[in-house]
Each structure stands twice: as C-alpha cells, then as structure tokens.
Write a protein that binds this ligand. Structure first.
Ligand SMILES: [Zn+2]
Length: 242
C-alpha cells in the first residue's frame, strides 16, 4: 500500500517530472510507489539492463517504497483494455489516495497515452466487476498531471525548494540518458549538456509563480477539497501584494 502512486512512461520520467513532489511527500511521512509503464527499451541511448538498474537507483534516491515496470512497449503505448487492466491491477495493489501521471496533452505519444490511461484506470479501478480480480476495487481521489516540456497553466505548484538538489541527484542516476562527454551514442534532448539547467529553469519559472525558488507544476483532474485556504495561498516571497 502507498499513499501516492506515480506513473512514468519511461524509466527517467518520475525523477525528471515529479521527483520534487515525491521527495517532499516522503519527507512528510507519506509512502510513495512508482510504476514505469515501459522499460525504455526503444530509447536512443542505454540498454534495457542499464535502464532497469538506473531506475532502481533513481527510485532508491527518491525513497520510493516500490518501483515496478509494466513492460508495455516503449514508443507504442496504447490506451487499450490490456494496458488498462495492468494499470487497474497496480492501482488496486497499492491503493493510493493520489495518482500522479503525465499531462494527457503531452507532445510525446507515450506520455499522452499514460495520462489518458491514468485517467481511465483511476475510475475503472473503483468498479468491482471490471478488470483483473486479483485485488479489491479501489479508486484514488484525484490525478495530478505533470508536464514534461510543455509550459502549462498549473492548477497547483508544489514548493520543492528544500529537496531540489536531491531531485537532481535522483535524475543523475539515469547516467545513460544524460550528457557524457566520452559517449559515442547519438545525442538526444536529455543528453544535451544543458539539460539539468533546463530542469532548473523550469523549476525556477514555476517556483516564481508562488514566490519560492523551485516549484513543480501540476494540473488536477477536478477540484481539490480545501478546508482552510490560508496555508495554500501563502506566498513566501512577498508578504504583501499591492
Ligand atoms: Zn518519457
């Protein structure tokens, strides 16, 4: 069982896109589990074995209580019944209150379909007669969708300032994907020398919106129930807005 279940289409997405949220929640005493939809076997760089070892190391650096891989095809994810059943089973097994997944309008098809799968599987996992019967029905309360490279209008920004360096350490576990001067493998967006600076720039941009140094942005698939709005409207950067 986990309080939060985070989905990544590929083995490095949880760290890159939601690593700060994961670390922040674990620091508050919540348990967070991760599910990689694919093993990243179609990636331009790194073998599946390397990527599996890197995912385990990244998960260890984040403090994930569990990390599993559904083994779906990298580059060919589909929102079909077989894939939904795998995800429904994972949701019922971990019984999370919150699901975290890629933004369904992401430009990468695997990310977009993971977002759509998360939305559908969240609902269907609560329908007892649908899907595998290995575990009892369970429906997480909401899905938080994370962007990768899109700039979106967030529903909420999580202050990840205190854990940002730890997040970068978890991202660095994915060595095969990142810049290595001696590597002869083809260049990718992530292997560019400035990629970690781009992560920092994105975190600074979203953090500035709530008056903190580093933030991670999320879109919620429905309203959040808030009993006391004051703790969540605080602005650490300025005491007064005029
Ligand atoms: Zn990805």
């Amino acid at each position: 069982m986990a309080d939060v279940l985070v989905l990544g289409p590929h083995p490095d997405d949880i760290e890159i896109c939601a690593g700060g949220l994961v670390l922040s929640m674990i620091a508050r005493g919540y348990s967070v589990a991760g599910v990689d939809m694919t093993a990243g076997e179609s990636g331009t760089r790194g073998s599946p074995e390397e990527r599996r070892a890197e995912a385990l190391e990244g998960g260890r650096r984040l403090g994930l209580s569990a990390r599993e891989c559904l083994g779906l095809p990298d580059g060919g994810l589909q929102n079909d019944s077989a894939s939904r059943d795998l995800l429904i089973n994972a949701i019922r097994k971990h019984r999370p209150r919150l699901l975290v997944a890629p933004y369904p309008m992401d430009h990468h098809p695997d990310h977009a379909r993971t977002g759509a799968l998360a939305k559908d599987a969240r609902f269907l996992a609560g329908c007892a007669q649908i899907g595998p019967q290995e575990h009892a029905a369970w429906r997480p309360g909401r899905v938080l969708f994370y962007p990768s490279r899109e700039v979106l209008e967030p529903s909420l920004v999580v202050d990840v300032t205190d854990v940002f360096e730890q997040k970068l350490e978890a991202v660095r576990a994915h060595r095969s994907q990142l810049h290595q001067p001696a590597s002869n493998e083809p260049r990718t967006t992530i292997s560019a020398e400035g990629f970690l600076s781009e992560i920092e720039a994105q975190a600074r941009t979203y953090g500035a919106q709530i008056g903190v140094r580093f933030g991670e942005a999320f879109v919620v698939d429905g309203p959040l129930a808030v009993e006391d709005p004051l703790p969540v409207v605080r602005d650490k950067g300025q005491s007064v807005y005029l």
